[in-house]
Design a protein around this ligand. Sequence first.
Ligand code: SAM
Length: 278
Amino acid sequence: MTPRDLRREIAELLGDTTAARWLVETATGIDDWGADGDIEVTERMVAHLDAMVARHRAGEPLQYVLGRWGFRHLDLAVDRRVLIPRPETELVVAAVFDVLDGADHRRVADLGCGSGAIGLAVASELPLEGTSVLMSDVDADALSVARANLAGIGRAARNVTVVLGDWCAPLRDLDPFDVIVSNPPYIALDDPDVEPVVAQYEPAIALFSGSDGLDALRTLAREAPGHLVPGGWLIVEIGTSQGAAVCELFSAAGLVDVSVDIDHGGHDRVVRGRRPSE
Ligand SMILES: C[S@@+](CC[C@H](N)C(=O)[O-])C[C@H]1O[C@@H](n2cnc3c(N)ncnc32)[C@H](O)[C@@H]1O
């Protein structure tokens, strides 16, 4: 039996050729199909593959089964302790780079970092000199995953600090930030549209935030501006129907130049606002 045979078999079983390729690559450790597609696989590789396929067929998201997922240029470790990084969150990172364009000091806080997707993308894509990133989460299990991913970004890791804490509490007593960014939980507790697979497998603390989904966003809008430098930015990911409400929260908190970024599906996705310059 070769990796190529296994891929064919699993693709037929799952009806998904891409998932089959990723599962076989993870189980066998091969990534060069030209050189290794026809080697003889071991019993151990087949047992590993069978276990992964069984989990996926039982409904577990492919990302958790593989134990990794891509986010921008990063290959992040993910498991059920953290939200699976979503493609729309890449827009949040793009918004951070947009507001920092040309800045020579870049002090960024990523609150509710989960796997570390936002903070680590920011730390690894900005210049090494003049960048510092604080990543925090209230969930110690999520922080363990973020720390594991931190080890994977190489030299840029020296610019990153990881701390446990509730929203802006870890920022107390620290110098103010140029950007505070967050993809907080923003789904209403009784939202009937949440996909069952999401509710079943992803951590509730990463998804739900009060009766209207806005509890965390209210806290961030209230607390974060006090931790920004004059002219500093608060940038958050939001649910598609929350644009107007979150803009109002930002304006009521004294932020200016408040605007919404639209995602590739044409939906409200990111809100940004600036602390007035003094
Ligand atoms: C939607 S997930 C985002 C994870 C990651 N930033 C991403 O974009 O993939 C929200 C994160 O907020 C964290 N969180 C929830 N309540 C929090 C709180 N009170 N303080 C800090 N983080 C919190 C959750 O543990 C979770 O990791």
